[in-house]
Design a protein around this ligand. Structure first.
Ligand SMILES: [Zn+2]
Length: 366
């Protein structure tokens, strides 16, 4: 019988229409609100024993805890959000961190790094300080989360009716998920080929503050105010990454790979126009010294203190095509004409390298 109950509720809660269509949502919510588990006519084939058992379990909340957990774990964010509006008990269960952590990891895990998490913690703390400084009683709950998740709210077509008003603890995973999903929280990440692939930024990756637009499934980026203030929108997921290293954009990254660099290696190096600007990360490869023929048998480049870096997105002869660094002393090198080169990361991960290659638009820059 328990199996039948699981199947039944799974059908109700996991049906496609639950998350996508307005009418079935209402029916589902109403059915659960009324604790009515009998939308299907009883058939005479049911044994009396089963009927008695069914009568005993008359509420969703009467299900064994692990059964209810199994159901809730299979709900989409929309389903959890909607279910949280049914009653106080379900609100408590559906806003649990462990249920939202899975959704958080699934949708945002690749993009949300330590920097974004720290920013969110700071955001929560500043809200608490702001509330305390005003001498008002700190709210434990955000209140109506529709303001945090307007698109979902519209999609669900539940309007602003009181039956679905819900609230969420401000330091919960759900609140963080909703803030990201609703685009109300701008978080730090990096954008490949910034400004819609502007040629001057090809094969670079810049720090930006990002806001998600769930109606288009794209992002808006705001680049550093210390450089040229720029907003770009319509950025798709594959042009974004969490910062590869925990390094502020104005600070030289400490290179820990210099002794390991050899021709053919793939690297990222920091570069900035002036010392007032933030660094971006630029993709390149380690090349051979001019004195080397490139013949592997005779190549001694990996033993030289000087390392040749090549940026093949630029034409041969371009001032940006090649530069050298000293592997023993390298920190930041450059000048106002050529810009300033900072720390280097050697790319060991094939996936990281393939992502850079995907962003190479096969245009060579003058
Ligand atoms: Zn060589």
């Amino acid at each position: 019988m328990i199996f039948l109950m699981i199947s039944f509720f799974s059908f109700i809660l996991l049906s496609k229409s639950f998350s996508l269509m307005a009418l079935p949502i209402r029916k589902s919510v109403i059915a659960i609100t009324c604790f009515d588990v009998s939308p299907v006519k009883e058939t005479r084939s049911l044994k009396a024993e089963n009927v008695r058992e069914r009568e005993e379990i008359s509420s969703l909340l009467d299900l064994p805890e692990f059964v209810l957990e199994c159901i809730l774990e299979r709900l989409s964010p929309t389903g959890l959000f909607t279910m949280a509006g049914v009653c106080t008990s379900l609100q408590e269960k559906c806003t649990s961190d462990h249920l939202w952590e899975r959704h958080m990891k699934q949708k945002w895990g690749r993009l949300i790094g330590d920097a974004a998490y720290s920013e969110w913690q700071w955001h929560i703390a500043s809200r608490k300080r702001s509330t305390l400084s005003k001498g008002t009683k700190r709210k434990t709950w955000f209140g109506n989360v529709s303001s945090l998740w307007p698109v979902l709210w519209n999609k669900s077509k539940l309007g602003t009716g009181s039956e679905t008003r819900s609230s969420v603890r401000e330091d919960s995973v759900m609140a963080w998920y909703l803030a990201l999903e609703g685009g109300t929280f701008w978080f730090p990440a990096q954008v490949y080929n910034r400004e819609n692939g502007t040629i001057g930024f090809m094969l670079s990756c810049y720090d930006a503050e990002l806001s998600y637009d769930s109606s288009t499934d794209t992002f808006k980026a705001s680049y550093s105010p210390h450089g040229r203030r720029t907003i770009e929108d319509g950025i798709e997921w594959d042009r974004l990454r969490a910062p590869a290293v925990d390094n502020p954009a104005h600070v030289v990254h400490v290179s820990d790979c210099l002794d390991d660099l050899k021709p053919g290696d793939h690297i990222e190096i920091q570069w900035r126009r002036t010392k007032e600007f933030p660094y971006g990360w630029w993709y390149g490869v380690v090349g051979h010294m001019q004195s080397c023929s490139g013949n592997k048998t005779h190549c001694q480049c990996h033993k030289s203190d000087t390392v040749m870096l090549e940026f093949k997105q630029y034409t041969a002869g371009s001032q940006w095509r090649q530069m050298t660094i000293n592997r023993k002393t390298h920190s930041e090198v450059g000048n106002r004409a050529a810009g300033f080169y900072g720390g280097i990361r050697k790319l060991y991960n094939e996936e990281e390298i393939s992502v850079w290659k995907r962003h190479w638009q096969f245009k060579v820059v003058e």
